[in-house]
Design a protein around this ligand. Structure first.
Ligand SMILES: [Zn+2]
Length: 463
């Protein structure tokens, strides 16, 4: 009897589906949290690095764009010119300074990742010290959460300039996240829907493919970047604040007391007209130059950052890569960050990104420059390689030259270490970069010449 009534009920519901649906109102399932949607996601390394983009961000906010910012570190290795706290405690302070700086523009969606501030110009050291994988996972999560239309970050590359390894690493991570956030197989645990009412592990995000990525150069030579992306004047005046965008960037920077106490105290004692003069003379109102990394929605190279960007998701786009270039059987090439960046540009579809030739770097006086080399032996027998270096006057070779053997079909790592001299640099005159060259021979034949332009400075690596 009981079985009969269940069958009857099933038959009725299958025959009269309208009757059943009329009895049950559909409920809307939750959607992504629109409060965290970002038109621009800025990815930088240290609290105060946002100042490199705030002149443009103030303009974008005027145009109604929503901005979110990610700091990959909390700046705990920087100097403190305001008070006694150092290290992790300084990181706590700088976290708040950056939040307050961005609040002056009305930017509240700010995240700090777990990267450790790394005082080096070697991007690979920064990535190693940050915990590259864990940071990338965090950044992919934030791209998916914010459904960022455009990513703005630092140009990855080795240049003469400030060019902090952490700044470069922020650009590397942002590029990787641009490519992975839309991939449904990348960090899939972030994308799985909940299996419990109070889901503790699965995040229920969706894949998201950002549409464009732009880089802000951290290098001295402006000619390398001109025409490779849009440029925005810091002199243009905001219709909401009636101040120039450059002046707004300067005002935003005033929370960073640990980084520039003397400078900020000087400003605090100034009349408005004097501050405006400073905004002009100290470069705050200079043009903000970007390099276009990728656009999946067309638009011209130097056109507006939002040219071609329209509302709505676009499909995941896997990067087309170029094959590895053929190597001659016996060769020597620059290794370390330089060979990493050559592979990075090739495998991320970024071969148009600027990079100086010969490669360059700025280092502090009395420090040791390490020139990393890959020595390739593609022949079928062990080969003797001879390395020699030509140095500018006063530079001292410490190690790495001489005769070596490399086994058949092997690639060996070598490094040449050179002590840099003192530099007679003054406030107004910087020392000119000088060239170091490494010559490699085998069986009396040249197998490679590696050149590097090095600028020796009194001091490098400001935060
Ligand atoms: Zn920095």
């Amino acid at each position: 009897m009981k079985r009969f009534s269940i069958q009857l009920a099933l038959t009725i519901s299958l025959c009269f589906p309208r009757l059943v649906s009329a009895a049950q109102e559909p409920k809307a399932l939750p959607q992504p949290d629109s409060r965290y949607k970002a038109d621009i996601l800025v990815v930088v390394a240290h609290p105060d690095d946002e100042a490199g983009a705030t002149s443009y961000l103030a303009r974008a906010l005027d145009e109604g764009k929503r901005v979110a910012v990610v700091f990959t570190t909390r700046g705990s290795d920087g100097a403190n010119s305001a008070s006694e706290e150092q290290a992790a405690a300084l990181g706590d302070i700088r976290d708040i300074e950056a939040r307050r700086a961005l609040a002056t523009f009305g930017i509240a969606n700010v995240w700090f990742m777990g990267g450790k501030d790394t005082p080096s110009q070697n991007v690979l050291q920064s990535l190693a010290n940050w915990g590259h994988g864990a940071c990338l996972e965090q950044l992919v999560r934030i791209v998916r959460l914010t459904r960022a239309e455009v990513i703005v970050t630092v140009l990855p590359g080795t240049f003469i300039g400030e060019d902090h390894g952490d700044h470069q690493a922020a650009g590397v991570l942002a590029t990787e996240a641009f490519e992975l956030a839309g991939d449904p197989t990348a960090f899939p645990e972030q994308l799985a829907g909940p299996t419990k009412r109070l889901e503790p592990f699965l995040e229920n995000l969706r894949p998201w493919q950002p549409k464009k990525i732009y880089y802000s150069p951290d290098a001295d030579r402006e000619d390398l970047f001109r025409g490779l992306g849009p440029s925005y004047s810091g002199k243009d005046v905001s219709r909401t604040t009636h101040k120039s965008y450059g002046r707004m960037a300067l005002e935003g920077f005033r929370t960073h007391e640990t980084q520039a106490k003397g400078y900020l105290d000087r400003i605090a004692g100034m009349e408005d007209a004097q501050i405006q003069k400073l905004a002009e003379s100290d470069g705050w109102e200079g043009a903000q130059q970007f390099v276009r990394g990728k656009s999946l929605v067309g638009g011209s190279v130097t056109g507006d950052i939002f040219e071609g960007v329209t509302v709505g998701a676009i499909p995941f786009a896997r990067t087309e890569t170029l094959p590895e270039p053929a190597h001659v059987e016996l060769s020597v090439e620059l290794g370390g960050p330089w060979s990493f960046y050559a592979d990075f540009r090739r495998l991320h579809g970024l071969t148009h990104l600027p990079h100086p030739e010969p490669p360059e770097i700025a280092l502090q006086e009395h420090s040791t420059i390490v020139i990393p080399l890959w020595v390739r032996n593609g022949t079928a027998k062990t080969q003797e390689i001879s390395l020699s270096a030509t140095l500018p006057t006063g530079w001292m070779l410490q190690s790495g030259t001489g005769k070596f053997t490399v086994a058949a079909k092997q690639v060996a790592a070598a490094r040449i270490e050179i002590m840099l001299p003192a530099v007679a640099e003054t406030e107004t005159m910087k020392a000119e970069p000088q060239e170091v060259s490494v010559h490699a021979e085998s069986n009396g034949q040249t197998i490679g010449d590696v050149k590097l332009r090095v600028e020796v400075r009194k001091r490098t690596l400001p935060q």
